[in-house]
Design a protein around this ligand. Structure first.
Ligand SMILES: [Mn+2]
Length: 372
């Protein structure tokens, strides 16, 4: 009888991470941290004697994952003493011509679905049947309804549906109709693809990415642990699931509002005060500046000046505007070459480009002492 299981997926192992600042250094570190998260999951399963791990697709980031990385995963799964692993493939690691799953020999405790219609595997020792469908190409506009409708569930077994796709989606990422999935009477529906974990009031859950993969992935991440109780009176299984967090760096975005009266040092202080020292040395930070800045101040080298205060920091100044009254400047300089130059920029058609050209020119002239 199945008492507990782990539902995970969307690991994107082998991902080449990109960072705006020193991408090579941070990318390599993050790649390593992703492996640490994977190993944490394996160790957790071993220590807690979890009998089953479900992988809901996108275990690997792409077909280009290194053979040694695939073998590393196979070896880790093989090290599980009392755990069965059931895998479906997703849009990133689909089982096509160049399938990453062909790069290793998988241990006996691993079962991989390899077709894009619904099939099932029954684990007798756990009285559990897992119904799954894998990706064998990189897009699906339609759900394989016929094979789904043909599935027959045995009431006495614990029945799991495993799928990688987009609930309510209409694109090419395998649209899933939650009501249709639920109508079959599965005891649990383990989904992958959406990186934000979520458990529906019904029996469906997205496990989310085990650790955040970019600045868009905020909130809690980890793997789902589900516990099963048998309600003998009503002859049914009761499943309760929750996120087990994996220790990892998170991605933080902070908005810093700048005012025209602030000095460069004051701006630096505001950024540094955005979080505690411990947090700043731990997580990835993106600082988004907004507001108006003294045009004499240049933020071109602020990343370097913030370097020691953070493990990783990048800044975005695109929404910050210099505190300049362009119309007044034009009026004051209409009789000199500076004014004539600025006036000529007014001929630029695209309003966004025009504004930027004027602002950059004014900033440059202020910086060189030509304007004040
Ligand atoms: Mn996916």
């Amino acid at each position: 009888m199945l008492t507990t299981f782990i539902h995970t997926g969307d690991f994107h192992l082998g991902r080449p991470f990109t960072f705006k600042q020193q991408g090579n250094y941070y990318g390599k570190n993050r790649r390593k941290e992703l492996w640490t998260a994977f190993e944490f999951t394996i160790e957790f399963a071993n220590a807690k004697r979890i009998p089953l791990i479900l992988i809901a697709g996108d275990l690997f980031d792409s077909a280009n994952v290194l053979t040694m990385d695939v073998k590393r995963v196979a070896e880790a799964f093989g090290s599980l003493k009392q755990t069965q692993v059931v895998i479906i493939t997703g849009n990133h690691d689909y089982h096509g011509d160049n399938s990453p799953y062909e790069k290793a020999i998988w241990p006996k405790n691993v079962y991989i679905f390899k077709e894009d219609v619904f099939r099932s595997v029954y684990i007798e020792s756990l009285n559990t049947e897992i119904f799954g469908m894998s990706w064998v190409k990189n897009q699906y506009r339609e759900f394989p309804e016929r094979s789904f409708n043909a599935l027959k569930l045995e009431d006495t077994r614990y029945n799991i549906l495993l799928a990688h796709g987009e609930v309510g989606g209409q694109g090419t990422y395998l649209p899933l109709d939650l009501r249709l999935l639920e109508s079959k009477g599965f005891d649990t529906i383990a989904l992958g693809h959406i990186h934000k974990p979520g458990i529906s009031p019904g029996k469906a859950a997205y496990c989310g990415s085990p650790v955040p993969l970019n600045f868009g992935e905020t909130g809690e991440h980890g793997f789902l642990v589900s516990r099963i109780k048998v309600d003998t009176e009503n002859q049914q299984f009761i499943t309760t699931s929750g996120i087990n967090p994996i220790p990892s760096r998170s991605y933080q975005t902070r908005e810093i509002v700048v005012g025209p009266e602030q000095s460069y040092n004051e701006i630096i202080d505001m950024v540094v005060n955005c979080d505690s020292y411990e947090k700043r040395q731990q997580d990835f930070y993106r600082i988004q500046f907004t507001g108006f800045i003294d045009p004499e101040i240049q933020l071109d080298w602020i990343d370097e000046d913030l370097e020691e205060a953070f493990y990783y920091v990048e800044t975005d100044t695109s929404r910050l505007e210099p505190d300049i009254d362009i119309e007044q400047l034009l009026e004051e300089n209409k009789d000199n070459p500076v004014g004539q130059f600025l006036e000529a920029l007014k001929n630029i058609q695209d309003p966004e480009v025009r504004k930027k050209a004027m602002i950059y020119s004014i900033e440059a002239m202020v910086g060189e002492g030509l304007l004040r």
